[in-house]
Design a protein. Structure first.
Length: 70
């Protein structure tokens, strides 16, 4: 999968956190587009996990972040 757009209104953490430890890295998307709420409640747990999986913030648009894994 190349790009995954995540917009599930504050449930990002609940859905993403179980996926990455359980799925093979080959199934991880190259890029994630998600709501720009780095300081939101769910973001506290999600962004550290994404960083450990190799994702880095590459771009920001009006309301979204683009994270990419290289």
């Amino acid at each position: 999968m190349h790009v995954l757009k995540v917009d599930i209104e504050d449930y990002e953490g609940r859905e993403l956190l179980p996926f990455f430890p359980e799925a093979l890295a080959a199934l991880w998307p190259d890029h994630l587009i998600m709501e720009d709420t780095e300081h939101g409640r769910w973001a506290q747990g999600v962004f550290p996990v994404l960083r450990r999986c190799g994702y880095e913030r590459c771009s920001r648009s009006r309301g979204n972040l683009l994270l990419s894994r290289f």
